[in-house]
Every structure is written in C-alpha cells, then in structure tokens.
Design a protein around this ligand. Structure first.
Ligand code: FRU
Length: 490
C-alpha cells in the first residue's frame, strides 16, 4: 500500500492510522526485525495504550500486523522490551524458544487518581503473531513509586542472568533474574546525576566497542527525560558511559556531565534492538520522532507520529572524550534513485545557487565542506518563496544548527517554531553532513554521526526547492551527492 496523505513520511515508519508514541519490544527473531509501539487504535491523540506491531526484513520496508497487546484487568500496556528466550528459561516454550515481552501495566489505584505501574510478561509461540498474557502478572511492582516503568531486559553473558533496567522517577533501577518471572533488586543509579529536567523514562543498557576495538569496550546507558513544563526543550534523551558488572553501573563521567543523544527536538524514548545476530554485530536504535511538548497537536490527520530512521550506534573518541555516534543504517542506500554529483566548487554570495535545478520532497544529501572565509554556510531545503528549513554551520561559533522557524506549518504549538544549535568541531578544517529530508522531517548526521539533529517540519507539499549558500565569504564544497529517495511503502 502506498501512503500519500499530506506530510506522510515516505521512508520512515508510521502506523497506518491513529496515534503512536514510543518504539517498544524491538527484537530480531528468525529473519524478522520486530517493531512494537505505543498505540491508541481509536484516536489520533494519546489514550489507552496498546502495543501496535510491524515486522521487516531490512528495517526499511515494514509490514503492519494486528495489535499485539491490548489493555486487560491489569491496565494499559505501556512501554517495554522483548527478548528471545532461547533456552526456555521461562518454561513457556516446551523446551524450545520463543519471544517474551516485558512491559509496564498501568492502571489506577482504587480510590486514587494516582496511576499504578507494574511490570508484566507476555509470550508468543508463533513469531510474535499472537501473544499470551502470563498468568502470574504482574511480576514486579513497587507501588510506593508512581513512575516505575519501561523495563528493558537483556541477557548478561558473564553472569548468565537476565538483567532488567527500568525507570523509577529520577533514577533507574536494575534487577536480575534466572527465569524472567522472579526479579531481584540489584542496584540503582542516577538520582543526583545527569539531567534531572524531567522524570526518567525508557532506559537502555548495552556494551559497545570504542573506535571499533573489541579489546576496549564500554557500557552505555540511555535514559529519556520526560517533558517538564519548565523545560523549554521538552522531551530529550541523555546517555551515560561507564562500566556494568551484571549488577551495578559505574558512570565514568562526573555527576554533572550531561551527554545528549540528539540536538534536535524530535528523537525521544529510543532504545535498541535485542538479539541482533552476532555475525551482524550492530547495535541498532530507533526513536520516536516527536516531543511531548506538541506531540498531540502536530498537523496530521489520519495518523500521528513517525519513528526516526533506524540508526547504528557506536562509541567514538572525539576531542571531548568518548561519545556515541549515530549513523543511518546502510540498508537505506537501497532507496536511492538517481544521483546528482557536485565536486570542487567555491560557494559564496556571488555564485548562483548550484542546486537551482534540483527539487525534492524525500531525498538524501551527502556533503563535505572545507572551511574558508564564510562565517555561515549550509542548505535550505523544502524551500519556496515563503518557506524554508535551514541546515547550516556557523563557522565563527563552531555550531551546527537547524532553523525551522519558517519551515511551513508551525502555528499548532508555540514551542515548535525554533532554531537550535550545538557545538561541532571541524575535522581537518572540514565539516561533513549527511542529511535525510522526508515529507515531514529532517535528520542531520554531522561528521560521521558524532553530532545528530532530528527535527519534524511540516512544509507545503509544493515547497521543494533547495539552495546551497555561504555568507560573508567562501566555503569550499569538496563534494556533494544528492539522491532522490524511493518510498518504502510501494
Ligand atoms: C515515554 C512514555 C513512557 C511510557 C509511555 C506511555 O514517552 O511516557 O515512559 O511507558 O510513554 O505511553
């Protein structure tokens, strides 16, 4: 089926209709990547949460499947994870293997408006097509804490234990188990650490090699921080780098250090795929491409919200220390149509726009610039006489920015129209940008994904112009590739 409604993303995951938020339960099993998601099947705003479901062989082309989990006597189905129980540690699979989902059941306390958030299990014997609620639900609760949710479970090989990390107000808690049913408290982390601008949600914990070297691995903890009214940025995701011994996470940075995963406004509640085969070895991530500040108000009609592009996470050494890099998965190259190439061009205010013959609504740009005298340079995309989204680099301030103030429809919420920026050090006096523009989003991966900005935009469908610009002098465009991209839905 081909989706062509106004603003409908062409190469990002969206539900066919109605409301979606967090990605959930991502797991690879028997040739399929599963993506579940927070879903309200009857409306385009947040409501009683279900788990929607889709599968893909390449993380690009998705097949929508029926709803996997629906609210029951224990409450609505909030965020969580899924794993392959390879050795039937649960006893759900008659000695075989199958999928187990670990998620939050959210209901109301009797006689109280306070939600009660408890963790539960469901399992599937048929590659995720149908699910059984575990009779012993809930399996983990601590009702003294209101915000106690979003369990992410993984197998810890050294201790031969299942590990669960979950959000508990202003920190995370770690539990361990032999059978996914009985969980023992191991440790907590973070109550005075990192960003406390909102309640902690949707944690993840995994190990990655630094600069691709398996002899130097570090653990990464991802934590999304909820939308606090006082915090202008809204929903954002931070991460910590350190060590994990099977029960305790040790942060290698100071308590005050905050690392942001993304410097745009629209990458939230993202976590990584479980059980990606060892011969693949990638740590694959997807986020919800929205922000609680305005998520319920974005100007789409049939459906609401998309996921970010799937990304590969790595750890890289930068001049500021070890950081996460995010790169779009290489499978995206299969969507490329014709390529238009530019090389070795000096850009300044007196040179005509080199992209004047190109139009695009869904495309990829790969560019490399050598810095010269220009103080600012970059691209204008989804451009018409009165609309443009600017993706640029301020050479003087060493800042990458996206300006969506005049990007199109912005009036639905006062927080939406904005420009944001982040420090980006040039490498050998060069700046690289890989940019994906879809019918309602922009994703910028700068310097091989060391800095990423993900933003929604809602331009008119006729705003299809592109411009390459430089202000106050020259920038040297060493190379630029423009690729029109196919839809993933045909
Ligand atoms: C994050 C979140 C989760 C929760 C879910 C409810 O966006 O608030 O913490 O499980 O959304 O839909």
């Amino acid at each position: 089926k081909y989706y062509t409604e106004t603003y409908r993303p062409q190469f990002h995951f969206t539900p066919e209709s109605n409301w979606m938020n967090d990605p959930n339960g991502m797991v690879y099993f028997e040739g399929e990547y599963h993506l579940f998601y927070q879903y309200h099947p009857y409306d385009t705003i947040w409501g009683p949460m279900h788990w929607g479901h889709a599968v893909s062989k390449d993380l690009i082309h998705w097949e929508h499947l029926p709803i996997a989990l629906s609210p029951d006597e224990n409450g609505a189905i909030f965020s969580g994870s899924a794993v392959v129980d390879w050795n039937d540690s649960t006893g759900f699979f008659n000695g075989g293997s199958g999928l187990v989902a670990i998620f939050t059941h959210a209901d109301q306390y009797s006689n109280s408006e306070r939600p009660r958030q408890r963790q539960s299990l469901a399992y599937s014997n048929d590659k995720g097509r149908t699910w059984n609620m575990y009779k012993g639900n809930p399996i983990l609760s601590d009702i003294s804490i209101t915000d106690f949710r979003d369990p992410k479970v993984f197998w810890h090989e050294n201790t031969k234990m299942w590990v669960m990390i979950l959000a508990a107000g202003n920190h995370v808690r770690i539990y361990t188990s032999h059978d996914l049913k009985t969980w023992n408290f191991a440790s907590e982390f973070g109550s005075d650490t990192g960003s406390q601008a909102g309640v902690w949600e949707c944690p993840d914990l995994f190990e990655l090699p630094v600069d691709g070297k398996n002899e130097n691995k570090k653990w990464v903890m991802i934590v999304s921080i909820g939308n606090d009214a006082a915090y202008a940025e809204g929903s954002r995701t931070q991460y910590f780098i350190g060590d994990f011994d099977g029960s305790t996470f040790t942060n290698e940075n100071s308590k005050e250090t905050v690392h942001w995963l993304d410097f745009g406004r629209d990458n939230y509640a993202g976590v990584t795929w479980s059980d990606v085969p060892a011969e693949d070895g990638r740590r694959l991530f997807i986020g919800w491409m929205s922000n609680w500040k305005y998520a319920n108000e974005t100007p789409t009609k049939v459906w609401r919200s998309a996921m970010t592009l799937p990304r590969e996470l790595n750890l890289v050494t930068t001049i500021d220390g070890v950081r996460i890099s995010q790169t779009p998965i290489t499978e995206l190259e299969t969507l490329r149509k014709e390529n238009t190439k530019f090389e070795n061009i000096l850009i300044n205010e007196n040179v005509a726009n080199v992209l004047s013959n190109i139009k695009g609504k869904a495309f990829e740009l790969r560019a490399e610039f050598e810095l010269e005298t220009a103080s600012v340079f970059g691209f204008k995309v989804r451009m018409s006489n009165d609309e443009k989204t600017i993706i640029g680099y301020n050479v003087t301030e060493k800042k990458l920015f996206i300006d969506r103030q005049n990007s199109g429809e912005t009036s639905f919420n006062p927080f939406f129209a904005c420009k944001h920026e982040a420090i980006l050090e040039p490498k050998n006096n060069r700046i690289k940008m890989q940019i994906f523009v879809d019918w309602s989003s922009v994703e910028v991966f700068a310097n091989n994904g060391e800095l990423v900005m993900t933003d929604l935009i809602f331009p008119d469908c006729n705003s299809q112009g592109l411009e390459l610009f430089a202000v106050d002098g020259n920038v040297h465009l060493t190379s630029l590739d423009f690729y029109d991209l196919k839809s993933c839905w045909c």
